[in-house]
Design a protein around this ligand. Structure first.
Ligand code: GLN
Length: 206
């Protein structure tokens, strides 16, 4: 079939913060979701992307590296300036405006008006899977993998709740303007609907 020249095929440049965590999995998921992925470790690499993923991993380590690499100020500026951003698990923690139980010295980038409790599901089970109904995704439920996962304890009025865990009724996916965050790891499962949702957010903005 001939391509319709009126429809631009846009592969937006989406960065993955590549300091620690499951970077390769996000790069692959983004590629499969129609983006042109790029690693971001330095401020000039952040300048070149239209959106950013903050991966799952360990939020205290990631914060230390953000600090050491001198990225905090520019990350905060881009996020508050409206760059689309998606955080999974540790990434959700880094996007929280409030942490009730930070590790010593741990800060966040902020961007979503929410309180996030780290390792909240951890004492019951370290890792589990759940079928979730996620707002904005059509078709079958979303099969989500949680690993030492945080939950969202409360959200401000501007935050849309996209999914709650049916086991605990806790909030596990949210969106505020151009910031998206999940307690679980869409990069670790083959269903690409969450990454596609994010790539569409970037495309709408690019
Ligand atoms: N519990 C981890 C933290 O505090 C997050 C776990 C994850 O990203 N799988 O950063």
């Amino acid at each position: 079939m001939a391509a319709d020249p009126s429809v631009a095929v846009v592969r937006p440049a989406v960065g993955v913060l590549a300091l620690q965590g499951d970077v390769a999995e996000h790069l692959r998921a983004l590629r499969e979701s129609g983006a042109a992925p790029a690693v971001v470790r330095r401020p000039d690499e952040l300048d070149r992307v239209d959106g950013l993923v903050i991966p799952g991993g360990e939020s205290t380590t990631m914060w230390k590296l953000i600090d050491v690499f001198g990225l905090a100020e520019q990350l905060r500026k881009r996020i508050s300036g409206g760059m689309p951003v998606f955080g999974s698990c540790a990434g959700l923690i880094l996007l929280a405006d409030r942490l009730p139980d930070p590790a010593s010295g741990q800060q966040t980038l902020g961007g979503i008006d929410m309180t996030v409790r780290r390792n909240a599901f951890g004492r019951q089970v370290d890792s589990f899977e759940r079928d979730l109904v996620v707002a904005g995704l059509s078709g079958r439920p979303y099969h989500a993998v949680f690993i030492r996962a945080p939950w969202v304890e409360d959200v401000g009025p501007g935050v849309e709740i996209l999914a709650t865990d049916p086991g605990t009724s806790r909030i596990v996916a949210v969106r505020q303007a151009r910031a998206l965050a999940t307690s679980f790891h869409p990069e670790l499962t083959p269903d690409r609907r969450i990454h596609q949702m994010f790539v569409n957010m970037v495309r709408d903005q690019a």
